[in-house]
Design a protein around this ligand. Sequence first.
Ligand code: SF4
Length: 126
Amino acid sequence: MEEKKKCGCSLSDVRVVACAGGSNVGQIANQAAVMLAKEKVAGFFCLAGIGAHIKGMVRSGKEADLIISIDGCPVQCAAKTMQHVEIEPAIQVIVTELGIEKSHDIVIDEKICARVVEKVKEELLA
Ligand code: SF4
């Protein structure tokens, strides 16, 4: 998996999943994934389809060159959902690890989303 991560700049099929949880950090994770998709850094992949074990989507996930998971908190629902179908995200970002406190106010701060996006980009280049 490490080998895949290192050649991220030349990958054509990078996908991002986000937990989209019912908290500020869950929604920040989702918004960061939206931003990555809009910037064409990664295709936004449906985590719910993986959780539902939709065959074609699981196959598509397994065929991706690299998967990025963005989770709101250390429970890591997105990464674990992927792992349940034997897909290991090469890059796993957790919003609370960037110093953001989890709350259920569902406030999405664009600056924090941008920090999450930058963290993903740093990991892609690492
Ligand atoms: S990772 Fe945390 S914020 Fe995201 S869905 Fe799971 S419990 Fe909620």
